[in-house]
Write a protein that binds this ligand. Structure first.
Ligand SMILES: [Mg+2]
Length: 205
């Protein structure tokens, strides 16, 4: 039985569409924060991508300040968030698999979303100081260490190219959930449309 590493936003729950990342971006830019590196192309809103690129670029005190700004908006977003299709089906059909959340969302918003939707997991790695975010392998490796699992035992499931790069860099198999999107940049052979298909596929790996 594999252990599951699960992205949160738009894999299990839709938080992004309820989070005002454009206001967060304006606030970050007003404070002089800018991206000096960028994660892979994906299908997020433009503001979301820019905010995540800025957080990816920062470290130390600057990261802490910027993270606080973004987290305020995400906590609001967590209150409006809605489950992705087949969330309950997925959870019920993977009850026997240990799970960790590996998310780019801030810790407070992550906690709130997991509570609101009764998502029970064995470990959580959110956006936190000292761990380089996805697409770096670091959060995936941290989740594996919290679960006491090796990369070969694990399968990561996510909806974005950032998830895939992170899993790949950590040596973990990756199931993409496209949410019906036709244009994507996934390279994994394991492509699914939604959590129902992902729940079936993960049993065959
Ligand atoms: Mg996601």
């Amino acid at each position: 039985m594999p252990v599951l590493l699960l992205d949160l936003d738009k894999t299990l729950v839709n938080v992004e569409d309820f989070t005002d990342y454009c206001s967060a971006l304006r606030e970050l830019e007003a404070r002089g924060f800018a991206a000096t590196s960028a994660g892979p192309e994906t299908y997020w809103g433009k503001c979301t991508k820019k905010v995540m690129d800025i957080l990816l670029s920062l470290s130390g005190d600057e990261w802490i300040e910027a993270n606080k700004v973004v987290e305020r908006y995400e906590i609001e977003g967590a209150e409006g968030a809605v489950p992705m299709p087949y969330l309950q089906y997925f959870l019920e059909n993977t009850l026997d698999m240990p799970k960790a959340i590996v998310t780019l969302l801030g810790a407070a918003a992550t906690k709130r979303v997991l509570e609101r939707f009764n998502i029970a997991v064995n470990a959580v790695v959110s956006r936190e100081p000292g761990i380089k975010p996805k697409p770096h392998p670091d959060p995936v490796l941290r989740a594996l260490s919290l679960l006491g699992a090796s990369p070969e035992k694990a399968v990561m499931i996510g909806d974005s190219e950032w998830d895939e790069l992170s899993a790949k860099a950590a040596g973990v198999r990756f199931i993409a959930v496209t949410n019906g999107r036709e244009k994507h940049f996934f390279t994994t052979p394991f492509i699914t449309r939604d959590l129902k298909e992902a729940a079936h596929l993960v049993r065959k790996l």
